[in-house]
Design a protein around this ligand. Sequence first.
Ligand code: C2O
Ligand code: CU
Length: 471
Amino acid sequence: MRMRRRDLLLSAGSAVLLPLLGRARQAEASETAVSLEAAPGRVQLVGRSYPATDVWCYGGQVPGPGLRLRQGERLRVEFANGLVEATTVHWHGLRIPNGMDGVPYLTQEPVAPGGRFVYEFDPPDAGTYWYHPHQRSSEQVGRGLYGPLIVEEREPPRVDRELVWMLDDWRMTPEAALVDDFDNFHDMSHGGRLGNTVTVNGVIAESEPVRAGERIRLRLINTANARFFSLGFTDHKPVVIAIDGQPCEPHEPIGGRVVLGPAMRVDLMLDMSGRPGQTFPVIDDFYRNSTYRLLDLAYDAGPPLREHALDAPLALPANPLPAPDLASAVRREVRLEGGAMGSLAGARMNGEFLSIEELVRRAKAWALNGEVAEGHRMPPLLTFRRGQSVVLEIVNDTAFAHPMHIHGHSFRVLSANGRALPHGIWQDTVVVNRRERVEVAFVADNPGGWMFHCHILEHQAAGMMGVVQVT
Ligand code: C2O
Ligand code: CU
């Protein structure tokens, strides 16, 4: 991959017409241009005593190249498809124009093998995002196609260091090959493709070197197809400052556990309060009876950077999100249905009512409001007038938790089971637990057709997806 930054060249004409504005823009506006290729690759996911693993990846690496730009800058990605099948790139969480959203058949034709596509957009929000295919995502993401996308604040908070941990979960054979059962219907109808190998930034991490007294901004990104994480930082007190890229009131998570459903991101502030030479495990205890150590925070033996925690504000500057007007908002319900141990008798697909047996024969298991998605092109599940405030009540009528994701917008998470939620949280992916009702609100201000789907990628493939149309 080659990356370059260049200043936007303003024509002499515009500089003459608007000299002051022109100059201000010139100082700020710039572009980050990158080339990005998706292709088969071979990487060392597990230890050196194992063979390398055949994957599909961006830029020959897992995770793909880190894309980083300043808020207000333009990103231009010249994408090339070196895979043997069609693909697209979706910029998860970014509120960008519909034509750049990377959804096959809905926002663009899929990029054929050997084909190219230029993605170009100005992300409005600072924060932690990621990119991945939206074509046959369960297999393409599951084989390693993903990378981080960081939009820096114009005035970032003071920290000593910043780290990104992209968490992933792989289903591997004892020879370190990926298990080739991406169409496993048990996964599709149950909790999705859970693996047996968790990596941080594409390796089984042993330790993260840290220094006593330093403040780290840790950006966590869950890229797993189906695994949830609940991270505990032994004897440390992480403070959540952003969820899904969007700033929230800085707060310590409940029980000190940082929970990430698939596709979610959490930004933490971590003051390294241990002593030189100490180690502290970071553990994941999301699933009962399968707690494990993700890695160790390993303190350098050198003297502390400072004696007391850094005295600097934790809060991030706000992003330009439109506040929904709850009084005038239209209310819609989205019912999550189906799956193993569910009560779905049948649902419509492509305008035809199919019994659950017929759906299963077509490898479908889930529905939204009685509609099963076959691909990405379908009549809208919900339609909103541009600029309308919306309250969605997401009702989980299934036996599984679902991380529900919307494209092109972020929503304010209002309540769960009628309980108002604190901390002013905005997300693009909200976990709706079994039998739970979650209310979210947003302004439908981004015109176009936007996917709304479960980010357990096997659930998405098995029908748990719809289109939100903003006209
Ligand atoms: Cu992360 Cu529809 O996507
Ligand atoms: Cu789901």
